[in-house]
Design a protein around this ligand. Structure first.
Ligand code: GLN
Length: 479
């Protein structure tokens, strides 16, 4: 038997019982990775030797002691490459640890490797990686979702026990849904963004991928909390999330947003999500319809705000301070131009151009300012809805995983892959995706659970109770 298929919780039990050692886990994951990752491409780099060396010193008395964790390649780790899957940063080494990296180390975790992603986290399929493709473990003709596609695919393919990703508009939940794993975007401010390469700073959050709700709760506990290095992290204590895993949903008020069950929603996704809602209703939850009336505007608002912030955040990549430097520049301006033209891929350039446009004088009021106002309305939609419910249930994505190449020619089609996930980022509320069934061709379907700010415990409670009754997670892709 390989340890690679066990959960974090199971591995911790075996470690504490001294049945296995951390090195055994790393060895099994390395063997699994050698066997299946060539067909998936989840990892950009996997340092088995270093992980083995770290495993020998792991302190198993710590909460994640001896547990290997894979990171999305936009999370800084001292001395390691941090490429953001961009040619611009192909040789960039982090001068410092992100707060989540530091917290993982402090919790005894072993850093295992770095996962592929869309360049600078811009995309929904991981096809925007400038370094390599990643395929969906359930069907290698299909995408794993994005932008954290590598982090999701690694957990689905059992080449990682758990991993971290980042979610700006859906980049944890959408790949979690496509790959049949659990993924959580925490409340904005729950997890420090210090050391996460910024895409859109008012939307970005780091969060966990795991094979089960309990594992996701344990991983969030390790990385969450206030951080003096990051002033949008909030001084709110981190609860013991596993205490919320009661296994029942009695009395839980569940809202169903009518705007999420619309034309374009795949019928198999709709019926899997409807069946999940029925389960909640039949197990003591009180299900009511709610309205999030500004949902139709969310995608437009997101692509104004996210691109505006991206254009500002990516201004630092100038060929002088970080990463790629054009060798043939004539003067400083030419150096900026050439370095950026050579270093960034087409989607990143598209976002920088869009973002610069919406911020330019003359258009600022018409686009950026207006989008900020509508963002407030979207936020208010959630505040109002959560007056009458504790959680909202919805599909995570309009369809199961699409085919590689299917949407690459049409950016707008690609942007619509996130219609159900974007609003939670704009409102700053937490949202989790977990498997709720499979399509007729065997592709996973994701159920999204959205809660009020800092209500991660309620999300975990609801998700865990549903998961106990529906062990979809025990189904594994044939690799
Ligand atoms: N797919 C969305 C985008 O391309 C979201 C990406 C993300 O969450 N990082 O912007």
């Amino acid at each position: 038997m390989t340890l690679a298929t066990l959960s974090l919780t199971q591995l911790r039990q075996k470690l504490l019982a001294r049945e296995i050692s951390p090195a055994d886990i790393v060895r099994d994951l390395a063997a699994r990775r050698d066997a299946v990752d060539p067909a998936i491409g989840a990892y950009l780099r996997f340092d088995a030797d270093r992980a083995l060396a770290d495993a020998l010193h792991a302190d198993i008395s710590l909460p994640l002691g001896g547990i290997p964790v894979a990171l999305k390649d936009n999370i800084n780790t001292t001395g390691d490459l941090c490429t953001c899957a961009s040619r611009f940063l192909a040789n960039f080494r982090s001068p410092y640890d992100a707060t989540v990296t530091r917290k993982l180390r402090a919790a005894g975790a072993i850093l295992l490797g770095r996962c592929n992603m869309d360049e600078f986290a811009m995309g929904s399929s991981t096809e925007n990686s400038a370094l390599q493709p990643t395929r969906n473990p359930w069907d290698t003709q299909r995408v794993p979702g994005g932008s954290s596609g590598g982090s999701a695919a690694a957990v689905a393919a059992d080449t990682a026990i758990v991993s971290l990703g980042s979610d700006t508009g859906g980049s944890i939940r959408q790949p979690a849904a496509f790959c049949g794993v659990v993924g959580l975007k925490p409340t904005y401010g729950r997890v420090s963004r210090y050391g996460l390469v910024a895409f859109a700073s008012s939307l970005d959050q780091i969060g966990p991928f795991a094979g089960s709700v309990e594992d996701a709760a344990l991983l969030l506990h390790a990385i969450a909390g206030p951080d003096p290095m990051e002033n949008t992290s909030r001084p709110i204590p981190v609860p013991d999330y596993t205490a919320a895993l009661t296994g029942h949903v009695e009395g839980l008020r569940v809202g169903i947003p009518k705007e999420y069950f619309v034309e374009g929603l795949d019928p198999e996704v709709a019926s899997a999500v409807r069946a999940a809602i029925d389960w909640f209703a039949n197990h003591g939850a009180r299900v009511t319809e709610v309205s999030l009336p500004h949902t139709p505007a969310a995608t437009a608002v997101y692509y104004i705000i996210a691109t505006a912030e991206a254009s500002a955040n990516l201004a630092r990549f100038d060929g002088v301070r970080y990463g790629h430097r054009a060798p043939d520049a004539k003067d400083p301006l030419d150096l900026y131009r050439r370095s950026r033209a050579q270093g960034f891929g087409p989607e990143v350039k598209r976002r920088i151009i869009l973002g610069t446009y919406v911020l330019s004088s003359g258009y600022y009021d018409a686009y950026y300012n207006r989008a900020q106002k509508v963002r407030q309305l979207i936020r208010r939609d959630f505040t109002t809805a959560f007056e009458s419910c504790d959680i909202i249930l919805a599909p995570t994505t309009p369809t199961p995983a699409f085919r590689a190449g299917e949407k690459t020619a049409d950016p707008l089609q690609m942007y619509l892959a996130d219609i159900f996930t974007i609003a939670a980022n704009l409102a700053g509320v937490p949202a989790l995706s977990l498997p709720c069934g499979f399509s007729s061709c065997g592709l996973p379907i994701g159920l999204q659970i959205i809660g009020p700010h800092f209500a991660e415990e309620t999300l975990f409670r609801a998700a865990h109770a549903y998961e106990q009754a529906h062990p979809w997670k025990d189904r594994k892709p044939a690799l």
